[in-house]
Write a protein that binds this ligand. Structure first.
Ligand SMILES: [Mg+2]
Length: 231
């Protein structure tokens, strides 16, 4: 145990909650339920293209170049357009379906619960997330994570998204923490790691796919179980 720390701030999506696998499950359901097999030869093609488009549009959302409402349907509209499906209503229905069904998925990264059981006995745990607030609440509850966390900070209510220093400062204040006794754990080098560095908070980069990078990070782990050694 590192005596230095009292507070641990976690990112949620792709750090504890397995966003990609949970999302894939719902996208497969969309492929079947909206009968996309008439126009797109495999569910996997649909999923891969959606993920590519969604990632690009999320970047725009994070930079405030796209609203939450636009993001919800535009990611489906653009995916369908790629497959030459032009429809005004369909992307909206798909967006609604996705938002309703995605947060009730419960797949977590391996060892999430074991690690949280261990850490919650030694530290105060908190969440800082850029995800949609009402959606994140459902995910936390459905996946059994809610009770591990003290303070939850959402970019929507903070008014800015990670890596903006204000959301980290707000989280520290609400938790009664200081950057000097806190550490941030997240999967995003920009939002989580650079964000933490901007407020002089220690950081752990969760990199389950061992993606290569050239950024300075304090600690890097590819499995949450490594937290048993660090903290
Ligand atoms: Mg994340």
């Amino acid at each position: 145990m590192d005596e230095k720390y009292e507070h641990i701030f976690f990112d949620l999506d792709r750090t504890l909650w397995d966003f990609d696998e949970n999302s894939k499950k719902v996208l497969n359901d969309i492929y079947v339920n909206f009968k996309l097999n008439d126009s797109i030869s495999s569910s996997n093609l649909f999923v891969v293209k959606y993920q590519e488009i969604n990632e690009y549009l999320w970047g725009l959302y994070r930079d405030d170049k796209l609203t939450k409402e636009e993001l919800r349907w535009k990611r489906f509209k653009d995916t369908l357009l790629y497959f030459n499906i032009s429809d005004k209503e369909l992307p909206i229905h798909m967006g609604d379906y996705y938002i309703e069904n995605s947060p009730i998925q419960t797949l977590l990264f391996p060892n999430s619960i074991e690690v949280l059981d261990y850490l919650s006995k030694k530290y105060k745990l908190h969440i800082i997330t850029n995800g949609f607030e009402e959606v994140q609440h459902i995910k936390l509850k459905e996946s059994g994570l809610r009770d591990y966390f003290d303070v939850l900070i959402f970019s929507e209510s903070a008014g800015v998204k990670k890596p903006h220093p204000y959301i980290f400062k707000k989280a520290l204040k609400k938790a009664g923490a200081k950057s000097s006794n806190s550490i941030m754990i997240g999967d995003d080098l920009y939002a989580d790691i650079y964000g933490a560095q901007r407020v002089n908070m220690d950081n752990i980069y969760f990199n389950p796919n061992k993606t290569e990078h050239d950024k300075y990070v304090q600690y890097e782990i590819n499995c949450l179980s490594k937290l048993f050694e660090i903290l």
